[in-house]
Design a protein around this ligand. Sequence first.
Ligand code: SF4
Ligand code: SF4
Length: 436
Amino acid sequence: MSVTTAAPAAFHLMAKPTGAVCNLDCHYCFFLKKEALYPGSAFRMSDEVMERHIRETIEAHQGVPEVTIAWQGGEPTLMGLDFYRRAMEAERRYQRPGTTIQNTIQTNGALLDDEWCTFLRANKFLVGISVDGPREMHDAYRRDKGGGPTFDKAIRAVRLLQAQQVEYNILCTVNAVNSRHPLEVYRFYRDELGARYIQLIPVVERVNETGYQEGDSVTERSVRPEQYGRFLIEIFDEWVRRDVGRMFVQVFDGVLASWIRGYSSLCIFRPTCGDGVALEHNGDLYSCDHFVEPKHLLGNIRETPLLDLVTSEKQRKFGQDKQDTLPRYCRECEFLFTCHGECPKNRFLRTPDGEPGLNYLCAGLKAFFQHVDRPMKIMAGLMRRGLPASDVMQVLAAEAARFAAAAARAGRNDPCPCGARDEEGKPIKVKKCHGN
Ligand code: SF4
Ligand code: SF4
């Protein structure tokens, strides 16, 4: 039985109108495996479920000025444009005065054409489009059903979106291949695609979903933790020196929020979960997009009001478990305030003292947080004084010039005046740092 408690101020629902069904066959896609959840299903959301979702999502957000309706997959464009035209009619029917509705859609872009883009633009959709970097990196794992490459289709879709001025962001899955080329990936998006909004999502695929196995915990496609850290650090260093305020990298903004106001804008870096649910094609509602599995089924919106499911004791416990299962190693971590153990789906390692529940990405995340601590503090300080975060670029440039001048006066084998230390904590010499 569901227990209705106070509704969260806003919850985020990802609707999967085609369930896990997709027209591509990307090697790392965790949703394809979920097709097995609904054997024999046609994987088409009925208008009844679509309409109920829209009505109840809008009703549940009373007093919230903007409601997000998010379409995801699988590949949501497989539903066809008419489904979304009917969804827009339903939104107009239930929209309240003073409330705006923001639709988002995550797509591989294969089916996008002029008609789609006209529709997306007219209805002010925000489109997330999956591109994993330049051609050879994108095609490493993003393959079609016949095993063929998909880069050209993805880029064609980006160009169509740009031509029709549809708002879009790039979703990049960070995997074993592209993680070795952070600057190439970032510069490709910035300089060749002309993108401004980027999401970086680490691929962490477990070999054994039911338990931790020493030595073979993730597939070879998965990004290695240290590599993930280096990937973020290298992109951050380029971004913080020349692109702040011009390029928006979701993970950097999400982390900066913790330095500014003490909590992140990203669920993975918040203390608890529970505000983001996933709706399957048949009305089944799950605790999270990353936990679409029987154990985390909350119920079906055709049988139980959506708000009752979102505010149920089961969902509350799911959210609270993130905090309650944190190992001591995390609780005592200097970066707990911004990390909170990251997403529970990635917590399958043991801590150095043997406690379960350490995040697989910990080593990389910690290196990243350590590296960005100072520039984050500078940006947070600027913003608290009402100045733009982008002023950090001038601060760092002036500082670099000062250190370079001091390094020029010092001997090449002296410790660098900037105070940098290597991984073992030893001072780095001038010749390898600002004297270089
Ligand atoms: S399980 Fe992971 S993705 Fe889901 S709400 Fe929690 S942190 Fe976010
Ligand atoms: S950086 Fe590592 S130890 Fe620190 S909170 Fe995150 S996962 Fe835990």
